[in-house]
Design a binder for this molecule. Structure first.
Ligand code: ZN
Length: 159
């Protein structure tokens, strides 16, 4: 069966940066199961998987515009230090959720000074060229329940 819209696809993947350093992999944990054609995975992967079948292995290069988008300087902001509790330790690399004008975002602390904390709301992989190795494990029709929910159900899902 070929991968197409409204089919449930199970893949194993390894994600590398441009230099081939592994950033993430499903191997050793759980393969990923998703409903194809509904934007559940990044566009550059979804379009390349279209038409593939179980057992196929692919190498896919995904540019930022088909991955996590460009890195936007406008998402980097200086916040007054007193927005945070005085006793709260703020370190570079810390992440927290914040409600912004664009909705909830994960912010990463990139600089700490005595009176300002600089945070970056870009996705950590925004602006990056991504390299994927993908093994297609399974392709099946979605159930009517999965279609109405808009996502895949695993063997023990109850929603
Ligand atoms: Zn559901």
């Amino acid at each position: 069966m070929q991968i197409s819209t409204n089919r449930i696809v199970t893949i194993d993947y390894t994600l590398m940066n441009e230099n081939g350093t592994i950033l993430d992999s499903s191997k050793g944990s759980q393969p990923v199961t998703y409903l194809h054609g509904h934007g559940r995975i990044i566009p550059g992967l979804e379009s390349e998987l279209e038409g593939k079948t179980a057992g196929e292995s692919l190498k896919i290069d995904v540019p930022p515009e088909k991955g996590y988008g460009p890195r936007l300087d406008s998402l980097i902001q200086d916040l007054p230090r007193n927005l945070f509790k005085e006793e709260q330790e703020i370190r570079v690399g810390m992440q927290f959720e914040a409600t912004t004008e664009q909705g909830p975002r994960r912010l990463t602390v990139v600089r700490v000074e005595s009176d300002t904390v600089t945070v970056d709301g870009n996705h950590p992989l925004a602006g990056s060229m991504l390299k994927f190795e993908v093994d297609v494990r399974d392709v099946r029709e979605a159930t009517s329940e999965e279609l109405s929910h808009g996502h895949a159900h695993g063997p023990d899902s109850d929603h």
